[in-house]
Every structure is written in C-alpha cells, then in structure tokens.
Design a protein around this ligand. Structure first.
Ligand SMILES: [Zn+2]
Length: 524
C-alpha cells in the first residue's frame, strides 16, 4: 500500500440522475450511478488519486442547499480549511456537482480559498487558476439552463417523461393523482377543479388584489384541508395563478414538458391572468422585498454579518445567519431575534425630532438625485430580470426547433415521434406567448421609469414629514428612507443603533437633539 501514501486524497461525488428511475436499462444511461462509479474510478487511476470517501445524493442539482450529502461533503471541506488532507473532488461531470450558483458558488469558494486544489471530471481538471475557476463558474451557470446538454441526452429525458406527459411526484390543487403505483395519472378533481377556474376568472378581471383573491378562494371553499381548513395565503394563490401545469405545461429537472392530462385553463385566460399579475406586481413594487431591512441593511453587532428577514406568524423578524464567529459556534452568545417593529419604532423616535428649515430644504437636491438614481436602478433591475426571462424563452425555442428539425430529417416518424413533434410545437407557441407577455411588461416598465422624477418630488416633500411617511410606508418605502438617512444600522441585542449619513446630518436642527449627538460621538 506504499503507493497509496503518495496518492493525492480526494472526495468523490455522485448524484443520481432522475432520468434513471423510469428507464429500464440503467447501465446504458449516460448518468447512472454505476456509470458514474466507473468514471470516477477511471479518473482516480488516471490522476493518481485516492478516493477517501464517496458522497451520493438523489436530489436535483438545480436547487441550491437541498442535497444532504453534498452539504455534508462541503461541511467537511469547510472544516478542514486550507491545509487539510483532502485536495480535491472527483465527479463524472461538473453538472453532477452543481447546477445552480448557490452550490456551485461553494465549490468555487473552496477552490479560491484553498480548501481544495482541483475538481476532477472525465474530460477536464479544474484547478484554482483564475481561468479554470471562470470556466467552472460558466459551466455551473450553463448547467442551470441545460444548454450544455447534448441533443442526445436532452432527447433521452424528454422521450421518457414527455411521452408519459405526467409531471412526476407533484400535487397541484385542482388535480388528483390516481391509478396504480408507477402508472399514476392526473385527472381533474371534481371538487376543486371548478373552483380553481373561478379563481382564475375572477382574478383576470384585474379588479382584485392578491389578498382579496386569497380571501375569495377561501370563501368559495378552497381551503387547506391538510392544515385545519385554513385559508391559503397570498403567496400560495399567486403560485396557483402562475402555474403552467394548468395549461398542460410542466417542468421537470429544469426542462419543460407538454403534459398529457386534462387542461384546466385556456391559454387565453391564463395569459390574461399573467398580464394582471405582472401589472399588479409592478404597480405595488417588488413583492419579494417584503423585508424593509434585509437584504444587507442591518448587521448583527456581535459578528458583523448582515441579518436576514423572516416571517413567523405574520410578524417580521431579523436574525443573524450565525455564519461567523462568535455567533457561529457559541449559541449562548447569540443575540435574540429582532422584531421589525422594534427597528421601526427606534428610527421613528428619532425622525420625529427632525425639523428641516426652508433654507436647508434646498440642500436636499443632492439627496433627491441620489434617490432618483436608486429608483431608476430598481426599475433597471426589473427590466434586466424580464429581459433575461425573454432570453431564456428564446433559448428554449431554439432547442425545440432543433429537436423538431432532427425529427423531420428522419422522414417517416413513429406514432410516438409524431406526438413528440407536436409537443415541441406547442411548447414553442407557449414560448411566443410568454415572450409577448414580458415584452409588454418591459414597455410598461420603461414608461414607469419616465414618471420617476415626479415620484421623487413627492419623496422630497415627504422627507419634511419623514416620520409620518415612515410610519405609513411600505417596506420598500421604509428601506429607501433608511438607506438615505442612516448608515451602519446594527442590532446589539438591546438597541438598534446607526449613524446618520453626512449629508443628512447637516440638515438636522442639532440643538434639538443632544442625546443623539452623544450617540454619534460614541461611534467616533
Ligand atoms: Zn451574529
């Protein structure tokens, strides 16, 4: 065994391909576990590596942070630090390791930081050189869009799942999953299906907010049976309203399939609803920003990490992520969770003492400009997001067209292939509708951006009555105000403290607030 001593020690990572489950001959599958085992053995021999431990997962590589053994492997690598004995990871292909930036980012971080020196795959060794890191990052990103899948493999998945036309292992309100094990099919649930249609129809009028539509759904009997008949929340209802499963399109392992089960909603109704959803979400600002002070606004003063928002029983809390010391490994030293209303109150108290004189008023123009830029940036982010979505759809269209032309080359097609072909055509037409939808939203967003200067004037006005405005503001409003006025917001377990931004400090009628000056000094 002397040879082993000189061998470089590595971990190996395998991830079960979900394609395997339904297809009869796992040996021939390009990504079966047996195949992966053979490949990692070859890689190890070729590169004189010793596999210390093999980690295996079944979960999809598309979602970040969900794979137990991947997490365990990363945990060990993180613990060993930059001079540990494990020098790398072997996997058959980089997309086994990660198909998302979250998990991919961890691997890249370990390469950068020295926890590992290389990632070995069947056709390439990624070292910690910056060009290799970049290649790996690009590969992780591409794996997410599946655009690096060979046409062969793409077709393999589609053939098995798309021909079956059933979304595996999913439950969606409105449908029932019935039949023998392994042969289950979706049928409409006679109780809930008509109600779902009603929810779509009602929302499509554009006269109801999501909150109202959630109440409506409960009122007609769509309640959560597995949770004591409680009404479903706004977010769940929003999810229903955007589920393409209802127009017979579903996603599996990041790829889109044409479903072969009864359709719930017509395309026309579905896209009218998407239109309302997009318009409403833009009118009211971004829904995902339901936290005023996260991401990245308030820090845990124990460890200096930004706190993250969380909703528990309708109350917003901020918590330290416990990623850094001393919070990481000393539970006793951790600070209590911070209620959002407590932050609001602390800031409000100070805001109430502020009075801005008319002459100082003019100086605010700088602030207005800053805020204007902030708002523009927000909309630009929306635009970017929507343009990315259009880009995805265009990419999908290309894939489907390619698949179609590959089938057409064959001349005579089997019944199954004919079906496959129509499936692709339907998917393409859905891409077109989605593109049109986002295109409209993009145009709308551009219009809104033109109105921002007027909104900003209103904001200026509101600074005069900052505390009132603050009190009534949405999380996004409060965030803008706090970002404008405050710096270094942090929670020390008893008090929320911050520094006033320089520009604003000059506008404050300082004699009025001795207490506050003292606080400022203590930070110097
Ligand atoms: Zn902390």
């Amino acid at each position: 065994m002397e040879q082993n001593i000189s061998k470089i020690k590595v971990f190996a990572y395998l991830r079960k391909s979900s394609k395997q489950e339904k297809e009869g001959t796992p040996e021939k599958q390009p990504n079966s576990l047996n195949y992966q085992r053979r490949v990692i053995k070859e890689i190890a021999e070729r590169n004189n590596l010793k596999i210390v431990r093999i980690f295996e997962d079944k979960e999809t590589g598309y979602k970040a942070y969900v794979r137990e053994n991947f997490n365990a492997m990363c945990g060990l690598l993180g613990d060993q630090g930059s001079d540990g004995e494990i020098k790398g990871i072997i996997c058959s292909e980089h997309n086994r390791l990660a198909r998302n930036f979250g998990d991919g980012g961890r691997i890249l971080w370990y390469l950068q930081n020295g926890e590992i020196e290389a990632v070995y795959t069947h056709d390439k060794i990624f070292t910690n050189s910056s060009s290799d890191q970049m290649m790996l990052a690009i590969n992780f990103a591409m794996a997410k869009n599946s655009s690096d899948e060979t046409s062969y493999r793409m077709r393999q998945t589609w053939r098995s799942k798309a021909i079956a036309g059933m979304p595996p292992n999913q439950r969606i309100i409105g449908y029932k999953y019935v039949g023998d094990k392994g042969k289950k099919v979706w049928v409409k649930d006679p109780k809930t299906a008509p109600l779902i249609v009603k929810v779509f129809e009602t929302y499509s009028t554009g006269e109801y907010s999501l909150e109202e539509i959630a109440r409506y759904a409960a009122s007609i009997g769509l309640v959560n049976k597995s949770n004591g008949n409680k009404p479903y929340g706004e977010n769940t209802v929003r999810e229903w309203l955007s589920k393409k499963e209802y127009i017979c399109i579903f996603e599996y392992e990041g790829e889109r399939h044409k479903g072969k089960y009864p359709r719930m909603i017509s395309d026309d109704l579905f896209y009218r609803v998407q239109d309302v959803l997009l318009k409403r979400s833009h009118r009211r600002g971004k829904t995902k920003n339901s936290y005023a002070y996260s991401p990245k606004l308030i820090k845990c003063s124990n460890c200096g990490e930004y706190m993250t928002g969380d909703i528990q029983k309708g109350i917003v809390y901020y918590k330290c992520p416990h990623r850094k010391e001393p919070c990481k490994s000393n539970p006793k030293e951790r600070l209590p969770h911070l209620k959002e209303t407590f932050i609001d109150e602390s800031i409000m108290k100070k805001l109430k003492q502020i009075e801005i004189s008319e002459e100082k008023w003019k100086e605010l123009s700088g602030l207005v400009k800053a805020n204007y830029q902030y708002a523009v940036a927000q909309h630009e982010e929306d635009l970017r997001e929507m343009r990315t979505k259009v880009g995805y759809e265009v990419g999908y269209k290309k894939q489907y067209s390619k698949a179609i032309s590959e089938l057409r080359v064959k001349g005579t097609l089997t019944k199954e292939e004919e079906d496959e072909l129509t499936g692709y055509q339907d998917l393409i037409s859905d891409c077109n509708k989605t593109i049109e939808l986002y295109q409209k939203a993009i145009d709308k967003a551009k219009e809104v951006m033109n109105e921002i200067p007027f909104e900003m004037e209103g904001f200026l006005e509101s600074l005069k009555i900052a505390s009132t405005r603050f009190n009534q503001g949405t999380p996004a409003n409060r965030r803008v105000i706090v970002e404008t006025l405050c710096a270094n917001l942090r929670w020390d377990g008893k008090n929320v403290v911050w520094d006033w931004k320089n520009k604003y400090r000059n506008l404050i009628n300082q004699e009025n607030d001795i207490d506050w000056l003292r606080e400022q000094d203590s930070n110097l």
